[in-house]
Design a protein around this ligand. Sequence first.
Ligand code: PLP
Length: 365
Amino acid sequence: MPRPILATIHVEALRHNLSRMRAAAPDARVWAVVKANAYGHGIERAFDGLRGADGFALLDLQEAERVRALDWRGPILLLEGTFEPRDLELCSRLGLWHVVHCEQQIDWLAAHKTQQPHRVFLKMNSGMNRLGFTPAAFRAAWTRLNALPQVDEVSLMTHFSDSDGPRGIAHQMKTFAEATRDLPGERTLSNSAATLRHAQDAGVRADWLRPGIAVYGSAPDYPENDAAHWQLRPAMTLTSRLIGVQQLQPGDTVGYGSSYTAEQPMRIGVVACGYADGYPRHCSTGTPVLVDGVRTRLVGRVSMDMLTVDLTPVPQAGFGSEVTLWGRASNGQVLSIDEPARAGGTLGYELMCAVAPRVPVTVDG
Ligand SMILES: *Cc1c(COP(=O)(O)O)cnc(C)c1O
């Protein structure tokens, strides 16, 4: 028998979360962002839940091929554009739309021989200082692109650094609006947090949304708001089982480094899940976990293949009991991925992307 750990992908939750994003901005079209293998869910596994999107946004050319192999005929956008000139051949062959964020990418396009002109998304660095043309250089890049016979449509794009936090997006919106005022073309600006938090701003809704994390059921601005607040459902559940139980007496310690000491008699359960499965090693005593769908806590250190949990709130639990590390338990109880992520000093993003290859995955729905 294999180890009892299992990741489950909930197709219905993906569908639901995508519809939440649509509801936030009903007039916009929606890219489902499926980079990093659909945030660890698996492009092929997630596809059925996301096929209602208007397009797929990703950055790996092989992932674009995988989406086309699923018979997706609609738009696919390469969020970082091309990495070398010959990538343009694949863009031509598969009809990929691509971001243009630097002069080199324009040079490559100018030298590219193609029957079919490309649709490109010209990216502005409006303050994030990662990819894109500065506002001052943007117009010249637009003019150069627009003059190329290899290009048939130029859309405009930027990305927000603080859509999930107190600084917000107004400063970047202003920069973008000023530098693009009289330029034609569709606009795409908003990730999940901007879509949910700033949708009342007409600029945010513009043309195309680019939600990722919310589609997978994690709140982009946790802990200020949680997934329930945004009515998002977990798209991934990580479950395992108790493979051992220990009865502790006061003074007994648990695991490596004896980081937890029992103060009274208690039962602890040993779970077949550790950091080699992708569970964060930085989660310490107190991190929430569900046993038989009942909320309890991790105690002691996470080790490579196991972790230990307090069975005090679940006296009926024992060998073989279901453990939900995140997602939805059999009894319907939900533990958002955002909770263990925060306890481990990280984000839901990282946890869902980091589920280890040794964890078997199944699709529900
Ligand atoms: C990853 C990414 C997104 C999606 O961001 P979320 O925070 O997951 O919604 C949108 N746009 C770009 C350019 C990205 O790289």
